[in-house]
Design a protein around this ligand. Structure first.
Ligand code: HEM
Length: 546
């Protein structure tokens, strides 16, 4: 924005028919906008021609300026200091290099034993970001992680976060955003395994595929979750992150070769269809049936699935079906394609995650070729089990970042809102709330880092057995933490987090999203029980002495 104005120029636009204001040294023309201003036009007219920074920041947060700047800013004051030259960001990817240069990227810290602290990143509000953002030493993160962090944060702050309220209300995220998840190469790295470079031409700008590890995946999900919308995160990684891994791990090569590239590029969508109207956490009792045709070439599928994330938009459904007798040994996994016919999907109205597309599905005489069986017949339960750790870790990462968002929003607000003559931050009762939020977030997050590291080091079967218990325990810990933080943040924001949108909008939305995390992927009750049961079972097998 190259136009510059003097204070006098602005002062002459002090009427309703030409209404300019200054915010932080930038000049805004609100003449046309005043009629649409949700806070009313009179309040704007009272500051017409003046510097209204103080009033602006009292009533709005940063997202508003990001959203409206392009439309309303006409220039800056001639007295506005020129921005200091930006410090070189840590390992920000070279914009004009088509392929990342592998040699420039050091080994993962965890592989090299190098724990050099990285440059500080982000707002430096204590506990609002993980410790390694504040130059804490970490054995897990290196420059490739820092570069990815900068890349994703930039995208989320400019293209995602300012729009999530609108998307949530519309219950839709624009299709081009999902497509961009593919073109940025993110989808191919979100499968809980090595980067799927053989199935996509897209590469992530800041991390070469061979350097990709589970900490990259973790921080990608973490940074996407700074959008402060479970609906957005589930829209872009919810169905994919749990529906696609079984295809990659257990699908027959011709099937994978045919459909995986379109999925990873963001052209086609996939989800996981397990839960039924009558079978949630009790997966072994599902009833959706798949009968082999007489010629043995097809399964005929009939049944219903409920609460299926992304279902309304999906082309492919990784579906748990009953091919055998009762219980877990009669369950198989089938990749059902919408094009087969007989698949109907309808949106469900839910308490939270509005833009995620929660779906009710019916399968009526769907003819599925036997080539679409994932894994072996009647051994689908094992495939489902191997999926759970990845699903739950995704939930944990999101919950902990959402908890941080609730905490960060609270800290920012507590530093500007004044009651009884002082800032909220100066009231010990508010600091106590923040302290209880921070201690739970940090304890949970540090356990998470440790478990991600174990997942990286252990083989899949070992991880499934040995980490199933702790991951279940941490899933419950993360959802309880999220619920606590959403509640406490809401108490700090008061009425502003009771109404939708505006300054308390993130907290209000996240509060609504809490149950979508505490129930699916294994409810808190099931998780806590499993955490002990599974851990005891494994310990007994390896010689626990009681
Ligand atoms: C660039 C200029 C401005 C823009 C783009 C803008 C935009 C908005 C928007 C979108 C809202 C809805 C609530 C939200 O989403 O946060 C809002 C509410 C409001 N605005 Fe503004 N505004 C501007 C300037 C101002 C100024 C200068 C004042 C005060 C002098 C003001 C006072 C208010 C008030 C009181 C509300 C209602 C807050 C509430 O519901 O708690 N706005 N504004």
């Amino acid at each position: 924005m190259s136009n510059t104005y003097s204070q006098g120029d602005v002062a002459s636009h002090n009427k309703a028919d030409s209404l300019w204001i200054v915010v932080d040294g930038d000049v805004y023309d609100l003449t046309k906008f005043q009629d649409d201003h949700p806070g009313g036009k009179k309040i704007l007219q009272r500051v017409a021609g003046k510097d209204a920074s103080k009033q602006f920041w009292k009533y709005h947060n940063e997202g508003i300026l990001k959203k409206y700047k392009k439309q309303l800013q006409i220039g800056s004051l001639d007295t506005k200091p020129k921005p200091a030259a930006e410090p070189t960001p840590v390992a920000v990817p070279q914009k004009d290099t088509k392929k990342p240069e592998p040699k420039a990227v050091p080994q993962a810290a965890s592989d090299s034993g190098d724990s050099e602290a990285l440059e500080p990143f982000g707002a430096q509000i204590p506990f609002a970001d993980p410790g390694w953002y504040q130059s804490y030493h970490s054995p897990y993160f290196n420059e490739t992680h820092a570069a990815l962090r900068a890349e994703v944060r930039e995208w989320v702050e400019t293209a995602i976060e300012p729009n999530v309220t609108e998307w949530d209300e519309k219950k839709l995220v624009p299709a081009e955003i999902y497509k961009e998840m593919g073109s940025r190469g993110y989808l191919a790295g979100l499968l809980g395994m090595h980067y799927q470079k053989d199935y996509t031409q897209n590469v992530i700008k800041s991390v070469p595929p061979e350097k990709w590890d589970l900490f990259h995946e973790m921080l990608l999900t973490d940074e996407l979750s700074r959008s402060a919308s479970g609906g957005f995160v589930w829209n872009v990684i919810g169905g994919f992150g749990i529906g696609c891994p079984p295809l990659v791990k257990f699908g027959k090569k011709p099937l994978v070769d045919r459909i995986l590239p379109g999925i990873l590029n963001g052209d086609k969508r996939i989800c996981l269809a397990i839960t039924e109207p009558d079978a949630g956490s009790d997966v072994a009792n599902l009833t959706c049936e798949a009968k082999l045709s007489e010629d043995g070439k097809h399964y005929i599928v009939n049944g219903e699935k409920k609460w299926i994330t992304n279902g309304i938009w999906c082309d492919y459904f990784t579906t748990a079906v009953r091919t055998g007798g009762p219980g877990m040994n009669g369950v198989s996994l089938l990749l059902i394609e919408r094009d087969f016919g007989g698949v109907s999907t309808r949106r469900m109205d839910c308490q939270g995650v509005w833009s995620s597309g929660t779906t009710y599905i019916t399968f009526e005489d769907v003819k599925v070729p036997v080539e679409n069986l994932l894994g072996k017949e009647n051994q689908g339960f094992r495939c489902i089990m191997t999926n759970f750790n990845h699903e739950r870790i995704g939930i944990i990462i999101q919950c902990l970042r959402f908890s941080r968002v609730c905490y960060e929003e609270s800290v920012r607000y507590a530093n500007k809102r004044r009651t009884f003559g002082k800032k909220l931050m100066e009231h010990p009762v508010i600091r106590l709330k923040l302290a209880h939020m921070a201690r739970q977030i940090e304890a949970s997050y540090n356990w998470l880092e440790n478990l991600i590291y174990q997942c990286q080091k252990m083989g899949e079967t070992e991880a499934m057995l040995r980490l199933g218990g702790p991951i279940a325990g941490l899933k419950a810990q993360a959802t309880v933490t999220f619920e606590f933080c959403a509640r406490e943040a809401s108490q700090i924001f008061g009425g502003l987090s009771y109404s939708r949108g505006g300054q308390g909008g993130k907290v209000e939305r996240l509060y609504r999203d809490v149950r979508a995390y505490a129930i699916p992927g294994g409810s808190e009750e099931i998780m806590l029980d499993l955490s002990i049961r599974q851990s005891m079972r494994v310990a007994k097998a390896v010689g626990m002495k009681l």
